[in-house]
Ligand binder design. Structure first.
Ligand SMILES: [Zn+2]
Length: 344
């Protein structure tokens, strides 16, 4: 693929640098249109970003994109008693992790640790069943439903791409609404979360400012994103699966996140890497010209994929290792209002 250095037509939207940006031509490989979009990496703050926004993004978000986003929190309904017992033990474990109490749940977590990335990202936040939580870009609200099943009572989700609101008398409130709209109505939350949403936006600083407006004084903003300058970017370059051209408009570096959060009046209070085997099998597929939705993609059909079970197990172990080394390709960033900005 083409690339050139010191290309100065574009200016970094994070740090305003325009002297050293490196261009990359990235194929759309999820839906398999293979259309090419120009991206660049700023050599100053290291943020990777799309060169020009496509006019209409909606064509890049078909229904199966949502089901893909939420497949880590799917709950399988079944009548089998063994599975019922297993589910009730998993629930005990998850409640113990979420609320930080329950001996049985803590013991269960030693034997079978919580792996689901969305839920794991909430461990240690001191949440209570009545904590007010907002999920930005919640899709159909599956994760909120999962939290509701674990006893959380005050759950709201917003997603401008929904057909309509999903409002039940008992359960999470899901609105077809933008971040700007909900922050304008004065609601305040203990936790605002963006699970793999912040890499899809057009104006990241504006998003952070609106999120800050939605936080209670001691509230947390939790952002899960792919992160640049990781092993997968160095190893797979233009084939790194989490570039997800053109949907991922920004693949931030930690420096870019620091600059943006400071500008928005937020401070980083915690950072954890939570990458998975996806960085390996997805990127290797792209390098072999196999799209994510192809019949022989590991995502679509594990049996007809190019990977053996042994290889996938190795990928999982390697992802854990990269996370320990802060070199995984995605992370959880926890932010709070910075002390100087609390009075603003
Ligand atoms: Zn920059």
């Amino acid at each position: 693929m083409n690339e050139s250095t010191n290309y100065s037509k574009y200016e970094c939207r994070i740090c305003s640098n325009k002297l050293d940006v490196k261009l990359y031509s990235l194929k759309e490989m999820f839906l398999c249109t293979k259309e090419i979009y120009e991206f660049f990496q700023c050599e100053n703050c290291r943020c990777i970003q799309i060169a020009e926004f496509p006019e209409d993004f909606s064509a890049f978000y078909p229904e199966n994109y949502y089901s893909f986003k939420s497949n880590e929190s799917k709950i399988v309904e079944t009548e089998n008693w063994r599975i019922k017992i297993k589910r009730s033990l998993i629930r005990k474990r998850d409640e113990a992790q979420l609320y930080g109490h329950g001996i049985l749940g803590k013991i269960l977590n030693l034997f079978k640790p919580l792996e689901e990335r969305k839920l794991a990202s909430l461990v240690g936040l001191g949440l209570k069943p009545n904590s007010r939580i907002l999920d930005v870009g919640c899709g159909s609200g599956e994760f909120l439903m999962h939290l509701f099943d674990l006893g959380m009572k005050d759950l709201t989700g917003i997603d401008p791409f929904l057909d309509k609101d999903i409002l039940k008398s008992n359960g999470p409130k899901i609105y077809k609404r933008s971040l700007e709209e909900i922050s304008a109505d004065g609601s305040l939350f203990d936790l605002v979360m963006l699970h793999h949403v912040f890499e899809h936006v057009k104006d990241p600083l504006n998003v952070l400012k609106h999120c800050k407006k939605l936080l209670k004084e001691q509230g947390f903003l939790l952002i899960r994103i792919p992160i640049a300058d990781c092993y997968a970017w160095r190893e797979y370059s233009v084939n790194w699966v989490q570039l997800d051209s053109p949907r991922h408009t920004f693949i931030y570096s930690m420096e870019a996140i620091r600059m943006l959060s400071s500008e928005a009046g937020l401070e980083i209070v915690d950072l954890k890497f939570d990458s998975t085997d996806f960085q390996f099998w997805g990127s290797i597929q792209y390098a072999n010209d196999i799209c994510l939705n192809a019949p022989n993609s590991y995502m679509v059909n594990q049996e007809s994929s190019i990977f053996s079970r042994k290889e996938i197990k190795q990928f999982i172990r390697r992802a854990d290792k990269l996370n320990e080394q802060s070199d995984g390709d995605q992370c959880v960033i926890l932010l709070r209002k910075s002390i100087d900005s609390k009075n603003n």
